[in-house]
Design a binder for this molecule. Structure first.
Ligand code: GDD
Ligand code: MG
Length: 350
């Protein structure tokens, strides 16, 4: 079986962490995000994964390789200019097998999900009133649906509409970003132009009478699209709340890389990655210290993410702050919650 991961977005909401790399390669629970998805695909029996890349496309292969260590074949197809979510899927058609009735799994490249993909695949292969399913969408219930694609279904699970990001959501049942496509449906997407799967392909498939079904499952699910979500997802992986075949959670719920140096205290759910440093008397809680980040003596870092090589000065206090690569918070600095400091920049009060 085959899968496509669409991983070509700019990651604008993840800035400043995405200034120099795609969000798909940021560490979550100590491993590049896509490892969670690739290992999940492998566990469900997928043998070939195609990464549809664009923004910083050159950075993927050096990190993920050709897939041997995940037990899959990994290939890369790059868009010069981003073609949109459906344009990206159409653009990899040549890399997929050509059995028109085959199943192709498609993942949004930023979703951490514990749902049972094998069960969704089995559901996809179950005909409805003698008809073969064209597309299956994993759906989840969320309290606030405005940031997602709303997907109402009938009592048999057939998708009635697809309404992407609306201020007045018609339902709290939303698109979870894991689809199974019948191979021939991929070829129905127009080639060579920007196409959105959410705004164009799904509404058109539904309108044309294609059999699009919802697969509702309420296991752990999170869109890892901004720094706060990254901090929460990472904490959930490290504490074992988010099931993922990519990581065995440490017994004490704290991830410290072998070559990191911790003199202060590091609390539950935090990750201190390669070469990072936590000074004497410092307290790190529920946070991510990316490789080479440094926390000075007596500093407090809570629910925050420090990009690679970022520096927090002695006795500084950070809560819900995201620092870009090599960003600096000076001694005693106290940025407000929600502050994001660009790569290489020193945060200054006011
Ligand atoms: N190759 C490629 N080319 N990938 C793209 C492009 C493109 O032009 N545009 C976006 N992507 C990738 C992103 O990198 C990401 O992995 C995925 O498509 C989804 O894009 P996001 O920007 O994360 O979308 P979203 O979170 O606002 O909304 C989507 O996900 C929600 C669930 O998390 C939609 O699919 C919603 O309907 C859905 O509810
Ligand atoms: Mg997203």
């Amino acid at each position: 079986m085959e899968a496509v991961i669409v991983a070509g977005g700019f990651g604008t909401r993840m800035l400043p962490l995405t200034e120099r790399r795609p969000k798909h390669l940021l560490e979550v629970g100590g491993v590049p995000f896509l490892e969670h998805q690739i290992t999940k695909l492998a566990a469900a029996g997928v043998e070939h994964v195609v990464l549809a890349t664009s923004y910083h496309a050159e950075l993927f292969e050096p990190v993920l390789g050709r897939g041997e260590r995940f037990g899959v074949r990994l290939t890369y197809v790059t868009e010069g200019e981003p073609l949109g979510t459906a344009g990206a899927i159409r653009n990899v058609a040549g890399a997929l097998g050509d059995d028109p009735e085959g199943a192709v799994v498609v993942l949004n490249g930023d979703v951490l999900s514990g749902h049972d993909l094998a069960a969704q695949l089995a559901d996809f292969e179950r005909p409805r009133d003698g008809r073969v399913v064209d597309v299956s969408l994993h759906l989840v219930e969320v309290p606030d649906a405005r940031a997602f694609g709303c997907v109402p279904t009938d009592p048999e699970g057939r998708v009635l509409a697809f309404v992407e990001k609306s201020d007045e959501p018609v339902t709290n049942q939303v698109n979870a970003g894991c689809y199974v496509f019948r191979r021939r449906v991929v070829d129905r997407i127009p080639a060579g132009r920007v196409v959105s799967v959410e705004r164009e392909t799904f509404p058109e498939l539904v309108a044309s009478g294609a059999l699009v079904v919802g697969h509702v499952e309420s296991a752990y699910w999170r869109d890892v699209g901004n720094p706060q979500a990254l901090v929460e997802a990472s904490r959930d992986v490290v504490t074992g709340v988010a099931p993922t075949p990519a990581v065995t959670p440490p017994a004490d719920g704290v991830l410290v890389a072998p070559d990191a140096e911790v003199q202060g205290a590091v609390g539950l759910g935090s990750s201190v990655l390669a070469g990072a440093f936590v000074g004497e008397g410092a307290a790190v809680r529920g946070s991510v210290l990316m490789p080479g980040a440094r926390v000075g003596a007596g500093a407090v870092v809570e629910d925050s993410v420090l990009g690679p090589g970022a520096v927090v000065g002695d006795r500084a206090v950070l809560r819900e702050v995201a620092l870009g690569d090599e960003a600096v918070v000076p001694e005693e600095g106290k940025p407000e919650g929600g502050t994001r400091v660009e790569c290489g920049v020193e945060w200054l009060p006011g």
